[in-house]
Design a protein around this ligand. Sequence first.
Ligand SMILES: NC(=O)c1ccc[n+]([C@@H]2O[C@H](COP(=O)([O-])OP(=O)(O)OC[C@H]3O[C@@H](n4cnc5c(N)ncnc54)[C@H](O)[C@@H]3O)[C@@H](O)[C@H]2O)c1
Length: 295
Amino acid sequence: MIASQWPTGEQAKPLSTTSEQAGARRPKTLPSFSLENKVCLVTGAARGLGNEFCRAFIESGCTSLVILDLKDSDAKEAAEELKNAYEGSGEVEKDSLNILALACDVSSEASVEAAFKDVIAKFGQVDAVVASAGIVENYPALEYPADRIKRLYDINVHGAFYTAREAAKHMIPRGSGSIVLVSSMSATVVNIPQPQAPYNASKAAVRHLASSLAVEWAQKGVRVNSLSPGYMLTKLTRTILAGDQELKRKWEELTPMGKMGDPEDLKGAIVYLTSDASKFMTGAELRVDGGYCAI
Ligand SMILES: NC(=O)c1ccc[n+]([C@@H]2O[C@H](COP(=O)([O-])OP(=O)(O)OC[C@H]3O[C@@H](n4cnc5c(N)ncnc54)[C@H](O)[C@@H]3O)[C@@H](O)[C@H]2O)c1
């Protein structure tokens, strides 16, 4: 018989994950999930899913973080909020978080290049990069203005490409790095009832971009995966749902788990993809959608 490694009988209480009981500042987890000593960068990080990814990184030990977003003031405000939330609560040591907050328009190659230049000047390296900046718009295809379609592709597809390429330029010489492109379940399904053909196609492009770059860089130590969320409650979806509770009910009804996701529900997935926990995974899509694509 193999002896159980878990406590039994009277002592069989759940193993504690609180800092006091574990005798450490951080909750216990598999060491490979740690982002300690890694420089993590997120685009579109001032709010929404991108901001949640930053929180997941800090909670996993990252102390060198880069927040990129369209407006400098939004990025800096988000950085301040994160410092106050984590250092203020004592969850991480005071003055231990080193957050670089910069304006960056991912649809501009020059803007992305300039941002990475500043990142390398400050931190000397970048280990985990998440391309989360993205937009969605709902127009029937017959009425979709051409300039808006181009703008959407510039942000969602070209933005993801510029971000990944700039990251890889710095990761390849060091032979290591993990890049995550935020796609969507819309890469697989056609959302109903709202019309958003170009968005769906842009997310399918992002997913395939991740696989294609993954193969190109597989032997250079750089991994690229995509993360495809289902309906999550963020500013982006709140804008679509504004005043339309019927649409929210419809989305929930179509999701096997019967609800929209909380951005928090993606924390485990992003830490898995960016950390060494997934070190043999590249070119893959991780879907977190309450079962939407399963039916
Ligand atoms: N919320 C969802 O239900 C959902 C589902 C699937 C996929 N996604 C994807 O997740 C990503 C994040 O979505 P979200 O819900 O957090 O959106 P959000 O609108 O709440 O946040 C997006 C962030 O990106 C920034 N941004 C927009 N254009 C930019 C640009 N050109 N350069 C830099 N930053 C820019 C915005 O300022 C904002 O801070 C998007 O790529 C979206 O397509 C979201």
